[in-house]
Design a protein around this ligand. Sequence first.
Ligand SMILES: Nc1nc2c(ncn2[C@@H]2O[C@H](COP(=O)(O)OP(=O)(O)OP(=O)(O)O)[C@@H](O)[C@H]2O)c(=O)[nH]1
Length: 311
Amino acid sequence: MNSSQDSTDHRSGFACFVGRPNAGKSTLTNALVGTKVAITSARPQTTRHTVRGIVHRPDAQLILVDTPGLHKPRTLLGQRLNDVVRTTWAEVDAIGFCLPADEKTGPGDRFIARELARIKGTPKIAVVTKTDLVDNETLAERLIAVDRLGKEVGIEWAEIVPVSAVAGEQVELLADLLVPLLPEGPQLYPEGDLTDEPEQVMIAELIREAALEGVRDELPHSIAVVVEEMLPREDRPADRPLLDIHANLFIERPSQKGIVIGPGGRRLKEVGTTARRHIEALLGTPVFLDLHVKVAKDWQRDPKQLRRLGF
Ligand SMILES: Nc1nc2c(ncn2[C@@H]2O[C@H](COP(=O)(O)OP(=O)(O)OP(=O)(O)O)[C@@H](O)[C@H]2O)c(=O)[nH]1
């Protein structure tokens, strides 16, 4: 051990956050990574893709895998999502179980805790999220309840950590606690990489997030987005580039078209504007977004369509 470059000084590995829908997993991933990579929403089960955020530190590289929420499968998509979750759990070096501070332990938490208890060998940190929403007394009660939940299902928590991703409280500490759980090893990703999601998938997620805004009650899980083409516009001066992005927004039934497009096409226009702003922030280049709404009948139940839409 003669230099700080020695790989035994450096740790690298994978962690994932689990927890019931809306527990704050995506927001926490974003807070740790420091940029918007996972998709957050005020409605459950909108994180479909396994998005990795990468925390680069001098002493470690922590790769965060953001899984969709585990839930009762009602469709083929639901089943596939649960498979993705379990496979991820078995593969990571550490698991953070997110439990919102402002809600009591519920059947959903118990279901996940029992499933988690079956994954032996992987250290588990209980992360009590959204602490900015509760007073100290409630937080203390919640911490005790989480401790009790661990005992009830047979999980020995490596740590119990209260955090607020929104207020940025204890987020750094959580990283400090996760790092020692990773194996020793060199950097796995180049410095500067924040995620290994293909750009196109991230762009599709940004569009889907914008499209769901305000209509989640009407179209909870019915929207899928596929980026068909991304091309730099020709005949543009080098200092004023423009990226043309063509994307299709799929819905399940013709009757949903009106909801997405809105009166006089106003909603779709807003969706396009919002998504374009986020994409431009992500890519750092001006974008022309061409968005089309298409019906893919009952895509959630059709294996062929699911594959085409990237699931
Ligand atoms: N006040 C507060 N709100 C939070 C915090 N973390 C997350 N939220 C909110 O809680 C809601 C759910 O957060 P997400 O990060 O999307 O939750 P998730 O667990 O990834 O949800 P799914 O993708 O549905 O599994 C969003 O409205 C967030 O803004 C926090 O630390 N404080």
